[in-house]
Design a protein around this ligand. Structure first.
Ligand SMILES: Cc1ncc(COP(=O)(O)O)c(C=O)c1O
Length: 367
């Protein structure tokens, strides 16, 4: 691209970082001529898609010549009823990532300050920059979201605070009392955005929904993790109808495809499958964590479907060497943890493959 063309790009957009997703399985197969590849890099559901969702997709396939329901009526009604909320308190998006962008488009202005932890989900910072707002990234305390520092940094310019709970990439969960105390100290004009992508995996789930009556709050949820629909894309926000109204005005009419609407409805209703996933994930997370610690790694306590593990002096090299063995994890360098690996909890077979490969790499290095 010639430089003069680059100048056509808005200043705020020209320097935005590209999101670096986990390496796709096919890409690693192509690059290294491998057949057996395990991906534990993007916190997908390692047990696969809910069979009820698959059935719903197959039944719906002949109808995909029609546009989707712009309001996702059936899904909205079902989720609203199960959470005891009104249908106008929801907006659906092409993944919760799209909702994060809708929030920025609807609420962030040039000059605003947007507070968040560091490390956390990188989209909060990039959508803030996209709008000409300033992301203020405050270091986590030993992996925990830095509520006290956030409070200290609230100024008259603060428009919003992102709270990722459980936090990605650390996996940690805030204490409910700390969060209550925090919310009581945040000024009423500051928007609180709770990203609860990993909510279903929390040991004792509690939500930013607790504060919906007393504060401008937006809660984000997704079907990409526990519900296993990452590839079809759907997430949603829950808020007051006034704030939802703002996001609806910047949403594309057909942002949520028809197949994922029926799939999400089936998955939402299939509580039995969800419970199986949560239970299997808890068992495997414990196994993975214990084995990693047995190898000398330190981990943050995770209540998600991933574990952040630290191998002093080895993180980046380990992730590269694992690729040679057909295993994709997320190197921690991009999160500011050069010694870290963020590892999605896999099935027992996947976890064992990873652990064996890690052991081999580490032992060979020492000898
Ligand atoms: C904390 C957090 N928020 C949001 C997302 C985006 O999820 P999706 O767009 O698939 O709903 C992710 C995905 O990894 C995440 O970890």
């Amino acid at each position: 691209m010639s430089n003069s063309y680059r100048e056509l790009i808005r200043d705020e957009v020209r320097e935005l970082p590209f999101y670096v997703p986990g390496k796709p399985i096919e890409e690693l197969r192509r690059e290294r001529g491998l057949t057996n590849v395990v991906k534990l890099a993007s916190n997908e559901n390692s047990w696969g898609t809910d069979p009820a969702a698959l059935d719903a997709i197959i039944k719906f396939l002949p109808d995909i010549f029609r546009y989707p329901d712009s309001k996702a009526y059936d899904l909205r009604l079902t989720i609203a009823a199960s959470l005891g909320l009104k249908t106008e308190q929801f907006v659906f998006g092409n993944g919760s990532e799209e909702i994060i962008k809708l929030i920025a488009l609807a609420f962030f202005r040039a000059g605003d300050e947007i507070l968040m932890g560091k490390p956390t989900f990188p989209r909060y910072s990039s959508v803030s920059k996209m709008m000409g707002a300033t992301p203020i990234e405050l270091p986590c305390n030993n992996g925990y979201y830095p509520l006290e520092r956030i409070l200290d940094c609230i100024t008259i310019h603060t428009r919003a605070v992102f709270i990722c709970n459980p936090n990605n990439p650390t996996g940690t969960v805030l204490e409910e009392e700390h969060l209550r105390e925090f919310v009581s100290r945040v000024p009423e004009n500051v928007l609180l955005i709770f990203d609860e992508a990993y909510y279903e995996f929390m040991e004792i789930p509690f939500s930013g929904l607790l504060f919906l009556e007393e504060h401008p709050v937006i809660v984000l949820r997704t079907f990409s993790k526990a519900f296993g629909l990452a590839g079809l894309r759907i997430g949603f926000a829950i808020s007051s109808s006034e704030l939802i109204d703002g996001m609806e005005r910047v949403r594309e009419a057909f942002n949520v495809n028809a197949l994922v609407q029926v799939a999400a409805l089936a998955a939402w209703k299939n509580r039995e499958y969800l419970q199986q996933i949560i239970a299997a994930n808890a068992v495997e997370r414990r196994y993975l964590t214990n084995e990693l610690e047995g190898m000398g790694a330190k981990t943050f306590p995770s209540q998600t479907n991933f574990v952040m593990a630290f191998f002093p002096g080895m993180g980046t090299r380990l992730s590269e060497q694992l690729l040679d063995k057909g295993i994709i994890v997320r190197p921690g360098g991009g999160f500011g943890y050069p010694d870290g690996l963020r590892i999605t909890v896999g099935t027992r077979e996947e976890n064992s493959m990873l652990l064996t490969a890690l052991r081999n790499i580490i032992t060979n290095k020492v000898t």
